[in-house]
Every structure is written in structure tokens, then in C-alpha cells.
Design a protein around this ligand. Structure first.
Ligand code: NAP
Ligand code: MG
Length: 522
């Protein structure tokens, strides 16, 4: 059975000291001029056109590193390089591809603290969240390697004398992986390794904000044995090189995780067949969420508080799975809100490089401004239950909870992607399910209840991709909780699940009449 990479126990003093050492080492590199990343095509670093400066989001001006952004010409060069590499990679035995991807995961496990430290500084994730990100990346490598071994051998179909039928999978071709910043290592790694292990060539276009950790990923994949003309690393602007690759006639598949707006645009553009294009482009697009947790009137409130605080405010609410709507049944509403208000007051806000921090800054100034607009909208239109405090410097947004939020509110409908929670009361459990389902998204959901009848109802009628019962609605594990949504949360099967790799492959059937009368001489 598949075993997940264990999380680091930071309650152990030796682990804390070791990780602090990594953070200090990284900080002295940052002080000495910072880190850098460049596009890599056919094994060569390219100089790009412009430079993206990544500011540590816990500060106003500390440059973590600089990334050279790829040009359109670089993107075209990457496509040409992969076209050369594809036939050889496709012909490479699947066992060998699986070995290489597994080796990349093992290398990440060895360098876990170094990777965690970079995630902390570049994306603003607190220690435990960064450690979870790396663990998930490792899991993706190992799980998809296992999956390729399962799917690789041709299957014999039927048992008819005189006929042999073989069903097997082939890679789709060359494609582009467009990743978000919020799981900067895990999601970039999962999408890329799934494509590679199944025999495709891939261009990795990471989110600009987290290009440095993505560059480490590319480096590890090359070192593990992924050929230089099979993977290209192309940090750059989504609307420039990302868009160019989506529209490129030689691109066979696009694997995207990010916002609904960009995802829908990609699906639209990919449907246009251009001169010289051989394949209908396959799009896998994992998009946003507006996830609800239902609290039944008989729920264990101790558990609810813990689960809601973690789901709504962990990594400042910047998870596609985060809880942003809380629906409470009947009389539980007032006592729960009272306790939630107190619990929110205990949240530790600060620099993610400090081990105790729970609520870190958001990703950048742009996100901070957008989320603050929602907070102000809430203050103007709804009753605030809780409004936190944050440091002045850096991209912090205070934890904000609003009560009695109607379904017409922007706080109810729109993905905010920040530490903002909208609460509402439901008459009974049926109404709670109706309210929870009242969203264009269907990614995650949670239910806290002690009623078997209501839990059964939630299993059947609370239609989200990942439903969590009596626990937080974030933190899906590879293999144990295959992850992904439906409706406007995405098209594609679940990441870290048994149907994922098949999306990157094309099945073929070969039938032979075996009633032959000898072979022709060679
Ligand atoms: P985003 O703004 O949509 O960006 C995602 C990626 O798309 C980035 O690499 C971005 O490049 C690129 N991009 C932007 N415009 C593009 C275009 N016109 N053509 C091609 N690529 C383009 O999302 P984000 O802010 O990074 O991430 C947050 C979003 O991701 C949230 O909506 C969240 O719910 C979603 N998410 C979903 C899942 C899931 O599994 N369903 C998981 C994680 C996150 P730039 O760097 O240049 O912007
Ligand atoms: Mg973006």
C-alpha cells in the first residue's frame, strides 16, 4: 500500500534547530544578493527579457531573488527542443521513467528542509505548511511512479482463440504545465511529474511569484535523469508566454491549476484548431473554490472550532480548499460564533519564519489590496464578528469574520482567497445543505455532525469534489484523498488519485489475427 511522506514534527527540539539552521543559511544567501532563476531550454540557461524581483511578503522590500522571464522566442525554442526529445522519451520503458521520477521524490525528501526554507521565504508559508507542501510533492513523485508501473503493461482483452487484443496507453505528446503560487512546489511537481512519467514532454511555466522554488524542482528533475529535451523550465508571464503556449499548434495538452477566469480562458483558446495542428488539445484545469463547512446543531463544538480555524485561516485562507463560508444549523449559531470570535482572537499573526506563526502575510501587495476590498465591503454591508490586527509592514491581511451574510453578498459568492469567513444560520439541516451547495464552485466541503442520518444526507447531497466529515476541509493527502472539484472548480480527474495519469495518455488497441500460416522469411 502507498505510504505518505511523514510530516516533520516541529515539537521535537532537534527538528526545530535543524530547520532554523536552514532558514538562517537561506537568509544569509538572501542578504548576499539573493537567489536567481532563469529559463532553461535544451539544458541551456537563457537570459530572458525582463527580470521579476520577488519580495519576501512578510516585508516591504527584502528581495528573496530575481527571475529572468522567458520571451515568446524562448517559448518557441522550448517547443522545438521538446519535439526533438519526444520520440525517444516515449520509447523509454515506463519502468525507467518511473525510476527517474521516484528518484526525484527521494532527492526532495533528502533536501526537504532546504526546500521548506525557500517556500517559507518565497511564498510566506509557515513552517508546517511549507513542510506539508514538500511532503505532498514527494508523494506525487512516488505515487505517480507507482501508478505508471500499474498502467504501463499492456492489458490482454478477452480470451478468444485465434485473436489477440492488447490495450495500452501512450503519451499525448508535448505540453505545458501552468502552475499557481499557493502550493508552489507540490502542485507544480504533481502536474509535471504526472506528464513526464506517462511519457510526455513538458514545459513548466510556474507562477511568477514562486519561480525560485519551481527552479529547484526543475533542477532536481534534471539531476534525477529527466533529459534536457524532455523538460523545459520557462518562468515567465502567464498572459505572455503562458498564453502563447496555450495557443501553440504543436502543444498537445495543457495542464493548469489556478483561477477560474484564467482556466476558462485556456479551455476556450485550446478549443481552436490552428493550421498545422495535429491533435485536439487536451486541457486539465483545476480552478477555484468557495467552500462551505456545515455545523449541525448537535456538533462537537471543540472539534468545530479547531477545524474551522484551520480551514479558514491556515496559510491566510490562500488554499483552493479553504473554508470561506460557514453554515450553522439552528441554536448552535450563537454559541458557536461566540467561541469562534474568541478562538480567532488567539490566532498568532506574524512572519512565517517564526515557528509559532499561524497567520502569515498573503502572497503580494496586489492580493493584499484585493482582499482588503472584500474586508471593507464586509464592514460596510455586514456585521463584523471578528476583525484581527496585523503588522504594518508586509502584505498582511487581518483575519475577518462576518455574520448573518446573505446569499446575495459578494462575500458569499466570490472566491476571495484570503482570511475572510462569511457565516450564516440555517433553519435545519436540509436548508444547510441547500446553502452549502449554493455556489458555482464545487471543490471541498465539510460537515460537523453527530447524526448518522444527517451525515448520510450530506454524503449524498452535499455535492463537492472532496467532502470532509468531522474534520477540517483542507490538507488532502495524495492517494488517501484524491483531490479535485467539479462545476466551475475544474475539469479533470482527481490529483493524487487513480485516474489522474490517464488524462496524460491516449489509449490504443492492437488486434492480431493469430491464426496465421507461418512467418515470411526475414
Ligand atoms: P492564476 O492567477 O489563475 O494563475 C495561475 C497560473 O496561470 C500562473 O502561472 C499564471 O501566470 C498563469 N496565467 C495567468 N494568466 C494566464 C493566461 N492568460 N494564459 C495562460 N496562463 C496564465 O491563479 P493564482 O493566483 O496563481 O492561484 C490562485 C488560484 O488557484 C485560486 O483561484 C485557487 O482556487 C486556484 N487553485 C486551485 C486548485 C485546485 O486544485 N482546484 C489548487 C490551487 C489553487 P502569472 O504568474 O504570470 O500570473
Ligand atoms: Mg496570478
Amino acid at each position: 500500500m502507498f505510504k505518505n511522506e511523514p510530516f516533520t514534527d516541529f515539537a521535537v527540539a532537534a527538528n526545530r534547530q535543524k530547520f532554523q539552521g536552514e532558514l538562517d543559511a537561506l537568509d544569509s544567501k538572501i542578504k548576499g544578493g539573493g537567489l536567481s532563476a532563469s529559463p532553461v531550454v535544451a539544458g541551456k540557461e537563457l537570459s530572458g527579457a525582463s527580470t521579476y524581483e520577488r519580495i519576501d511578503p512578510a516585508t516591504d522590500n527584502v528581495v528573496v531573488g530575481r527571475t529572468k522571464l522567458a520571451t515568446i522566442a524562448d517559448a518557441d525554442q522550448a517547443v522545438q527542443s521538446l519535439l526533438t526529445g519526444f520520440p525517444r522519451w516515449r520509447a523509454t520503458p515506463f519502468q525507467e521513467r518511473a525510476r527517474i521520477i521516484r528518484a526525484a521524490g527521494d532527492e526532495m525528501a533528502r533536501r526537504k528542509f532546504e526546500l521548506n526554507a525557500l517556500i517559507v521565504r518565497e511564498s510566506g508559508k509557515p513552517w508546517g505548511e511549507a513542510d506539508g507542501d514538500t511532503a505532498e510533492a514527494i508523494d506525487f513523485c512516488r505515487y505517480y511512479a507507482d501508478e505508471m508501473l500499474r498502467l504501463g503493461p499492456p492489458q490482454k482483452m478477452g480470451e478468444i482463440p485465434g485473436e489477440d487484443n492488447r490495450y495500452f496507453y501512450e503519451p499525448r505528446g508535448i505540453g505545458v504545465i501552468i502552475s499557481p503560487w499557493n502550493f508552489p512546489l507540490a502542485i507544480a511537481c504533481g502536474m509535471t511529474t504526472a506528464a513526464l512519467v506517462s511519457g510526455n514532454c513538458a514545459i513548466l511555466k510556474p507562477a511568477q511569484q514562486t519561480s525560485l522554488i519551481a527552479a529547484r524542482l526543475a533542477e532536481i528533475l534534471y539531476a534525477a535523469g529527466v533529459p534536457q529535451d524532455v523538460l523545459a523550465f520557462l518562468p515567465g508571464s502567464g498572459s505572455a508566454v503562458g498564453n502563447h503556449l496555450v495557443n501553440h499548434p504543436a502543444v498537445d495538452y495543457i495542464c493548469f491549476t489556478g483561477s477560474k477566469e484564467v482556466g476558462l480562458q485556456i479551455i476556450n483558446k485550446a478549443s481552436v484548431v490552428l493550421p498545422g495542428q495535429r491533435n485536439v488539445k487536451r486541457v486539465v484545469a483545476e480552478m477555484g473554490g468557495k467552500n462551505a463547512i456545515i455545523v449541525d446543531s448537535d456538533a462537537d463544538l471543540d472539534e468545530v472550532i479547531k477545524g474551522v480555524i484551520q480551514s479558514a485561516f491556515g496559510f491566510a485562507g490562500q488554499k483552493c480548499s479553504a473554508c470561506s463560508r460557514l453554515v450553522v444549523v439552528g441554536d448552535a449559531y450563537e454559541p458557536l460564533l461566540e467561541r469562534l470570535r474568541h478562538a480567532a482572537g488567539d490566532i498568532i499573526v506574524g512572519n512565517p519564519s517564526e515557528s509559532g506563526t499561524f497567520l502569515p502575510p498573503v502572497i503580494d501587495k496586489g492580493a493584499q489590496g484585493k482582499i482588503m476590498e472584500y474586508v471593507q465591503y464586509g464592514q460596510q454591508n455586514h456585521k463584523a464578528l471578528f476583525q484581527g490586527q496585523v503588522p504594518k509592514a508586509g502584505c498582511f491581511v487581518p483575519a475577518s469574520i462576518f455574520r448573518d451574510v446573505p446569499t446575495s453578498s459578494r462575500l458569499w459568492k466570490e472566491e476571495i482567497f484570503g482570511p475572510v469567513l462569511a457565516c450564516t444560520q440555517a433553519r435545519d439541516f436540509d436548508e444547510a445543505i441547500k446553502l452549502a451547495n449554493d455556489s458555482e464552485y464545487a471543490l471541498t466541503g465539510g460537515v460537523f455532525s453527530r447524526s448518522p442520518k444527517n451525515l448520510e444526507k450530506a454524503r449524498e447531497e452535499f455535492r463537492v469534489g472532496n467532502l470532509y466529515i468531522n474534520r477540517k476541509c483542507t490538507g488532502a493527502l495524495v492517494y488517501r484523498q484524491p483531490f479535485g472539484g467539479s462545476r466551475m472548480s475544474g475539469v479533470g480527474s482527481k490529483a493524487g488519485g487513480p485516474d489522474y495519469l490517464i488524462q496524460f495518455m491516449e489509449p490504443r488497441t492492437v488486434t492480431e489475427n493469430t491464426m496465421r500460416r507461418g512467418f515470411a522469411p526475414a
